[in-house]
Design a protein around this ligand. Structure first.
Ligand code: GLA
Length: 732
């Protein structure tokens, strides 16, 4: 295939690389608390060795909240200081702290995350220490001790980075690549990037090297060096546009070199590329083939359909008690009689019509296919508010609901500080009218979700439902809630220290019983991080889904470690009861007020959505819906990919090939076909073979993302797959 890439115009900018001591090994850990743990000469030789890339829950401390100490013996070389252009401060980076910390160097408290260690303050830390601080022992062994307090859920020190480095001239500089890519003709993409400095008066003057590489061949397709100057008040902007004929990611590299200090900063990113074809103007009905509701409870279903507007909807053989709004496709009412009701939906517009056979199952089961929706956490964390939730709902109805997306879920951060005198819970000032918000969401034909904990407080330190379960369920019923995420968090404070299986099940049985007293279909999502192999008992305990892991982050390490380790839980997925490997990290995420583009590359995001869909799990978008870019929207609106997730058989894919650098996952579909993902886990392009014996006898292999048939006949199938990417096929 031909690969052409031209850079049309350039203007300006950015960069950083400097010496650092990177230490993720050699750490010792102890749960508990004592002032003696900070002392230089304290004997930690018997402490547990720990990996600071993973929460302590993943390292033998399953149910532990509270204090824990990390210690490290480290030599800080004077050469670090001597080779640095700026010589005034030593910098210590921790990523992340869950939830709050104090940092001791050779017995002295040198920094802390917040004034009260028991108040949640999750996130990365960048601590600075003057180089003449006597606490630093240059060229000698230093003892670094970190005291951490975890309020609930995952705890400790974890993430991608722990480092000790010199604060240098480039620490004030960032290469800001946050602008959305602009799409032109022939798969062209372009954007403006910025070289920004913040916090100093230095005059940066040097060059910006820009390079475009084809990762498949390693060939440099374009290279250009520009002069770049910038200061705190005047950033440097560089704009380019590149036409890429082939549908794949190209690597962009930006390196800024400052001529006076000789220091550099660099950044690499890959270009997004669109795979999902635009929907046809002709009506097409998307979404699942089945929908379950309980007899006598309020019923709400929006027929998801794409096609040129206006659309008109028709439903033949709706069960008694339901009615359809022919202009919006919203079905409402209530059915009193149990039974499986086959219904035919038809959607028409000026250019044609589309039909779908659908079954409404009135019985005990709800959530027959995994939830498709949005949750506030990965985007906004505790800074969620009513405006952001309404924006999510509005965006969902405008851009996503026609593909089946329908839940709008508020995570932690909505709760008031103190219950009302009656003991009732209510929302804080960020949600002035919760019932009004829920009514608004329902008026669009969408569903509303909320969050709580069985403990006295949630993981974010807000009020939990402890000893108020019936009362809270009643409030949710009054508001019209359709989905509850119930997060263990501080329940460890009230449960036995080493909970048995019975103890682990208890809070979920209690809330299930409370929800069942309410005259609504409320989906229950367990969030207890996979403890006690929850997949083995989540269904019988009343969970519609259960988290199988700790919290996801927007990194390849986090997403792939979670996603490719779901095989043990896979066989427990069934209609109404699904595994939950955590929410999606696509689009603009941030877990707080400031957001960034996901750190997953385009190929990693194709892997993420493919793997989650193959595994029949809830897909909960975790981004700012008000800032959905074209790539993210395209990623989330592939009806054939979503149909894999929503398949009525409800089976999760199994890992059938686990190679060193690639994996194959196969999911059985209701129509007898198979959905298969060929995943490249390596950093290089590779050809992956799907053996004919795995594919079975087939007539066609369909490329699901591109929605086109690839080959006919049987035998081995080979595909060239991008680094960290996927070939997702449907074998019929
Ligand atoms: C835990 C959960 C997250 C989120 C936060 C809210 O960490 O695992 O998904 O709900 O709590 O505080």
């Amino acid at each position: 295939m031909k690969k052409i890439l031209t850079v049309l115009f350039l203007l300006a900018c950015f960069a950083k690389a400097h010496a650092q001591v990177s230490l993720s090994t050699g750490w010792k850990f102890k749960a508990g608390d004592s002032t003696a743990f900070s002392a230089t000469n304290f004997d930690d030789s018997q402490w547990q060795a720990i990996d600071v890339n993973k929460p302590w829950e993943r390292q033998r401390h399953d149910y532990y909240n509270g204090f824990g100490w990390y210690r490290l013996h480290v030599t800080i070389p004077a050469s670090l200081k001597n080779s640095s252009y700026l010589k005034d401060s030593l910098r210590i980076d921790l990523q992340n702290v869950d939830d709050n910390d104090e940092l001791y160097l050779n017995g002295k408290l040198i920094a802390k995350g917040g004034s009260d260690i028991k108040v949640s303050n999750y996130g990365p830390r960048h601590y600075m220490l003057a180089t003449n601080n006597p606490a630093i022992l240059w060229d000698k062994e230093n003892v670094l001790a970190i005291r951490i307090f975890d309020t609930g859920g995952d705890g400790g020190l974890y993430g991608d980075k722990f480092s000790i480095s010199m604060n240098d001239i480039m620490d004030y500089v960032s290469i800001n690549t946050d602008a959305d890519f602009v799409y032109g003709a022939k798969n062209a993409v372009g954007k403006s990037i910025k070289l920004i400095s913040k916090g100093n008066n230095y005059n940066y003057k040097g060059k910006l090297d820009f390079k475009v590489t084809d990762p498949e061949t390693g060939k440099v397709l374009y290279e250009k060096t520009n002069k770049a100057t910038f200061t705190g008040s005047k950033p440097f902007t560089y704009t380019f546009s590149a036409a890429a004929i082939e549908r794949k990611s190209y690597q962009l590299s930006y390196v800024f070199t400052d001529s006076l200090s000789g220091t550099k900063i660099s950044k690499v990113e890959s270009t997004p590329y669109i795979l999902t074809p635009a929907p046809s103007a002709k009506p097409k009905i998307n979404g699942p083939e089945v929908y379950g509701a309980r007899p006598g409870n309020p019923f709400l279903y929006l027929i998801p359909a794409t096609g040129q507007k206006p659309l008109t909807y028709k439903a033949v053989s709706l069960p008694k008690g339901l009615s359809l709004d022919v202009a919006t496709g919203i079905i409402k009412g209530s059915v009193s009689k149990k039974g499986d009701y086959p219904v035919t939906f038809t959607v028409k517009n000026a250019v044609g019509s589309g039909t779908k056979q659908f079954t409404i199952c009135i019985g005990d089961k709800i959530g027959l296919t995994p939830a498709l929706g949005w949750n506030s956490w990965n985007a906004f964390g505790l800074s969620v508010d009513d405006g952001r939730v309404r924006t999510a709902a509005r965006t969902m109805i405008e851009k996503l609901a026609s593909y089946g997306w329908n839940y709008v879920n508020i995570d932690d951060g909505w709760e008031i500080d103190k219950r009302l005198p009656s003991g009732e819970i209510t929302a804080n000032q960020k949600f002035p009218d919760m019932k009004g918000t829920v009514d608004y969401v329902h008026s669009l034909g969408l569903k509303m979700g909320i969050y709580s904990s069985p403990g006295p407080t949630t993981c974010g330190g807000y009020l939990g439902s402890w000893q108020h379960e019936d009362q809270d369920a009643k409030t949710y019923g009054y508001w019209g809630i359709d989905y509850l995420k119930y997060d263990w968090c501080s329940y460890s404070e009230v449960s036995p220290k080493d909970p048995t299986l019975t103890d682990l099940k208890k809070p979920y049985q209690v809330i299930r019983a409370s929800l069942d007293k309410v005259n609504r279909d409320i989906m229950l999502s367990f969030c207890q991080y996979g403890w006690g192999k929850v997949w083995e008992w989540g269904a019988e305990t009343g969970g519609n889904s259960w988290r199988t892991t700790g919290d996801i982050q927007d990194t390849w390490r986090s997403m792939s470690e979670i996603g490719f380790n779901q095989d043990e839980a896979a066989k427990f997925a069934q209609p109404g009861h699904f595994n939950d490997p955590d929410m999606l990290v696509v689009g603009k995420v941030g877990w707080g007020p400031s957001l960034h583009n996901t750190h997953l590359s385009a190929d990693e995001q194709y892997t993420h959505i493919s793997l989650w869909s193959l595994q029949s799990v809830p897909l909960l978008i975790g981004c700012d819906m008000g800032a959905l870019d074209k790539f993210t929207l395209n990623l989330l609106t592939n009806s054939e990919v979503l149909a894999i997730d929503q398949d009525a058989l409800g089976k999760a894919a199994r890992q059938v090939v686990k190679g060193n650098t690639y994996q194959i996952w196969v999911k059985e579909m209701k129509d007898g076909s198979k959905a298969i993902g060929l995943f490249n886990l390596s950093d290089k392009y590779q050809t992956i073979t799907l053996p004919g014996t795995t594919a079975g006898t087939y007539k066609t292999i369909r490329n699901v993302w591109e929605q086109k048939d690839l080959t006919k006949g049987a035998g081995d199938f080979k595909a060239s797959v991008a680094p960290h990417g996927v070939m997702l096929v449907r074998v019929k």
